[in-house]
Structure formats: structure tokens, C-alpha cells
Design a protein around this ligand. Sequence first.
Ligand SMILES: C[S@@+](CC[C@H](N)C(=O)[O-])C[C@H]1O[C@@H](n2cnc3c(N)ncnc32)[C@H](O)[C@@H]1O
Length: 218
Amino acid sequence: MRAAAGAMQSYYAARATYYDAVYERVERAADIAFLREHLPARLAARDVLEVACGTGYWSQHLVRRVRRLVLTDAVAEPLALAATRPGIDAANCHIADAYAPPESLGKFNGLFAGLWFSHVARARRAAFFTGIHARLTPGARVLLIDNNEAQRRDFPNEEVDAQGDTYQLRTLRDGSIHRVLKNFPSRDELQAHVQAAGGRVTDYRNLDNFWLLEYELG
Ligand SMILES: C[S@@+](CC[C@H](N)C(=O)[O-])C[C@H]1O[C@@H](n2cnc3c(N)ncnc32)[C@H](O)[C@@H]1O
């Protein structure tokens, strides 16, 4: 499992300079236009921790509405690009593991993770929620978005392992091929994980290309 996590980080390091092409696909335009407004509105005026922020595509929109935005990612290459986005203060960008955001970051009443939960192995989901909740105050609002099943059309060669985790083979522009963990949790699975972790789901949407989950901590 750890080897797969390391391989995924190398993959995102190599892909960082052209990662944002995923947001230029025409079939995703309507969803993205909606999310660019909806996500900042739902986290407005909050102190927000973003985990696995990547190149900061969503951060640049969140930062316009939130009170404080702290960006984290485990990989230096995408995080360095996020730090150059308009409105982002490089001093608020930190290398950090999404499973254990450090105490030194402080406490937050909002959290966002985009296109990250799909990369969490089923066996690590509970640990992910425990790790982020340690950085949140009671009543904090969490928003997660990710690719829905529509994304699978692009990767017909996926495989499923004994734990039920799905892997896709992805080819980068340099021709290198990477085996990337990519899961597609159902609404019921998400709801059960959130409840088990002490959260209350307040919204779930399945858009054309993405799912969105919003919940609040008790
Ligand atoms: C699909 S990208 C999502 C980037 C961004 N959130 C977005 O929505 O465009 C996944 C990100 O997870 C990061 N990542 C991989 N393993 C991580 C970990 N253990 N902790 C934090 N970030 C991680 C990768 O570096 C990459 O930037």
C-alpha cells in the first residue's frame, strides 16, 4: 500500500506542469463553472485547511472568499505551482501528508480536498478522516469533491486488487506509464465513513463528472 502511495506521488510530481489540463476538458466545463462558485461560497469566511491541494486550481477560487487558507500537499512540485497562484501567500503553503496534517498548522473550521479521496485506499479511509478531524474544531464544515464514474471511460484497462481498490494505468507526456490507485466510492460508502468519524452529511451531489460531499463535525 505504501509503495502505491509513493508511486502516486512520483506520478503527480512528473505531471505537475501540465496537470491543469484536466480542468480544460469541454465535457467538464459546466461542472467546473458550478464548483468554482459553490465551493468558495460554502467555505466563505472560514479558516480553511486544504489537503492535497496539487497545483492550487481550487485554492485560487477559495482564497477569494475564505478568511484564511492554508494549502498542503505531500509533493513539492505541484505545491510550488500552487504557491504562485493569484491571492495565495507562499508562506501558507506547506508540504504535509493528508493523513496527518501537523499540529503546527493550527485549527480550522473548514476543510477542502479536491480529487484526493479517490486516491485513498479503502483500508486507509478511516485514518484519513481521523487525521483531518484532529485539525478541525467542532462544527467545522468539510467539502470533498472527486471524479465520478464518468472518468472511468478514459481508463478502460483498470484492475481491482484483493482489497477492492481500483488501479488505472496512466501514460504521461514523456511516455512513462504509471499505475495509479483510483477509487469511486458510492454515496452510501461516503455517508457511512463520515458517520463513523463523527460527521453529519449535509449535502451530496453527483454532477456530470464529479461527486461532491459536504459534511459538518458534531
Ligand atoms: C489528483 S491531484 C489533486 C490536486 C488538487 N486537489 C485538484 O483538485 O486539482 C492529487 C494530489 O494529491 C497529492 N498527494 C499524493 N499523496 C498525498 C499525501 N499522502 N498527502 C497529501 N497529498 C498527497 C499529489 O501530490 C497531488 O497533488
